[in-house]
Design a protein. Sequence first.
Length: 300
Amino acid sequence: MNPRDRSLAVLVAVLWGANFIALDFGLGHFPPFFFAALRFAVLLPVLFFVPRPDVPWKWLLGYGFFFGAMQFAFLFVAMNIGMPTGLASLVQQASAPFTVALGALLLRERITSVQIVGILTAVLGMVVIGWNRAQSAALLPMLITVCGAFSWALGNLCARKANPPNPLHLTLWIAIVPPLPMFAMSAAFEGPTAGLRALTTVFDSTTGWYALAGLAYTSLLASVIGSGLWTTLMGRYPASRVAPFSLLVPVVGFTTAWLVLGEHPDPVELAAGAVVVTGVLLGSLNLKKRRVQEPVLERV
């Protein structure tokens, strides 16, 4: 990856890492399925001014279903039943090795030995952080979050296969997929009036105002800008080159959770975070042997 695209990938990691704080604010007021639907429903009016991306419907719907609907449904439910914010930002990044493995199996993408070392290094750092944090977390929320990570990986592959000429259009148009099934699940599992009641009382409390700020951040910055840049990079490079940068998200997530929510990472987590960063840098490299051309001598 060139330096500009590597910087964009890091920017996405920062936006997505801070997004977990926005989700925590949103889930403090809205039911999880309703909030997942609302995150994309607020983008629907924009589609009147944005042409549909020139991609096959199956990849658009697949990206919207796996990346938009299933990923956030699993993640929001897990956080709502007790998944710590910092730990959620870590476990969700299991999508990176999932994406690399699925890209190799389904898209026949080649993985270099250096990238394998980088991925394993980053996963090692994640395992250390997860082991350190799992002592205070229930098993069910972690398993549900892993399901969200696997859905994200499937969405990554759909985005790569779509390869839209304008990735931002694809990012916006997946908003047509999550609202209907998520609103239906909210009515079925959270009650037919729970979401509407939360929406009509959003201005009545401080938590409601925080939830609105969280909704604005997750819809505009995390979804439109972050996912738009991510889709661009996924279309420009193999999945194995881009996916490792998502492992930077928990480092940002831990930092923001510490600054905003008062979750204090211990030295083990900080050291493991440095290991994750090292692994991401190795995983993004594409080291190939270059053939040295002999100088051509002019014949006299």
